[in-house]
Ligand binder design. Structure first.
Ligand code: 5GP
Ligand code: MN
Length: 316
């Protein structure tokens, strides 16, 4: 059984489906379970409809977890990242494995492959398959899934992608005969009209720029989401846009959900947003990309956030 984190992204789903197809090639019967639904722009991945969503059918998913002989955790460093699945995962008697690239792994597992120096979990999965001596079982479909993970976790090779090793893996994936332009098109040219208009609205009306603090943020309320027929995944990538403004080094996206306000942080250079998120918003992630949450209202969350800025940036 393969498990990824809540609000799964391209690396989580790409890695999971890559391993899924690889294991099927080995003659086993893998199951992929994700805590909540995945964004539409990943649903083209072959057989992604076989993925079980825990929040949709807890009974069935819990039974699969119970019956699993081996559980593979992918792309997260703490079971807290599996939301409501955490409890059943804690009580499993299966052999547990972790493959991940987040700092400070604390997932209970018999086998841990964790490296913060790789671009993505998908890259690490490929390296793992290489160590197994099973690259011949990397079919074009496996390669396509892993390529999707690397491409999305590096923002199309714009960050987390300075190491030559990443390109060696990419080169081997391309040798398997994947169509990289098709993957790009499926992921990035696959948005709904609503999503594009929502992005326009966010940039025009909802982006607040504070040049003195080298910071800019975008906030989105439940009401605004409803107005634009918001679907899961529609705000993917919004947090990156403010970083394109000259002089901005810290970007934040606030999104109101039913139970909380979800925060996404991105930075350029030497501002550690993993630490910032852990310290102030109960979250974590990577040095330049992290997330957290807040139980306060949107306005209170933004006030809290703005109140923190003078501690980190000189207003000049
Ligand atoms: P995103 O902003 O795209 O949701 O997440 C960016 C990074 O932060 C990802 O590596 C993700 O795993 C991590 N992350 C996002 N939300 C949370 C959270 O609530 N807790 C923790 N620990 N990490 C998070
Ligand atoms: Mn990742």
């Amino acid at each position: 059984m393969i498990v990824t984190h809540i609000n799964p992204d391209g690396d989580a789903i790409g890695s999971a489906m890559g391993v899924y197809h690889f294991l099927k090639g080995l003659g086993t019967k893998p199951e992929v379970i994700i805590p909540n639904d995945m964004p539409g722009f990943l649903k083209w991945l072959p057989e992604s409809s076989a993925i079980k969503v825990f929040s949709r059918n807890k009974k069935k998913a819990t039974r699969i977890i119970k019956d699993a002989g081996t559980v593979l955790f992918l792309d997260f460093n703490s079971l807290d990242r599996t939301g409501e699945m955490k409890e059943s995962l804690l009580s499993t008697s299966a052999f547990r494995m972790l493959i991940d690239h987040h700092p400070g792994p604390e997932v209970p597992a018999e086998y841990v492959l964790s490296d913060i120096n790789v671009s993505s979990t998908a890259e690490l999965v490929f390296r793992f398959i290489e160590w197994l001596g099973k690259v011949d079982l990397v079919t074009p479909v496996v390669a396509e899934c892993l390529y999707t993970g690397i491409m999305t976790d590096t923002g199309c090779f714009s960050y987390n992608s300075s190491k030559p090793g990443t390109y060696k893996v990419l080169s081997k994936l391309l040798e398997k005969g994947i169509d990289k332009d098709k993957v790009y098109d499926k992921v990035y040219d696959n948005f709904s009209e609503n999503r594009m208009r929502l992005l326009g609205y966010c940039l025009d009306k909802k982006m607040v720029v504070m040049p003195g603090y080298k910071t800019a943020y975008i906030s989105l309320t439940k009401k605004e989401k409803e107005k634009y027929g918001f679907a899961i995944g529609d705000s993917e990538g919004f947090v990156n846009y403010p970083l394109s403004i000259k002089g901005i080094e810290f970007a934040v996206f606030f999104m109101e959900n039913d139970k909380n306000v979800k925060l996404s942080f991105r930075s350029k250079g030497n501002f550690n947003v993993n630490e910032f998120s852990r310290k102030h918003f109960g979250g974590g992630g990577h040095y330049n990309a992290s997330g957290g949450e807040s139980g306060l209202s949107m306005d209170e969350t933004i006030s809290k956030f703005c109140g923190l800025l003078p501690r980190y940036f000189q207003n000049d």
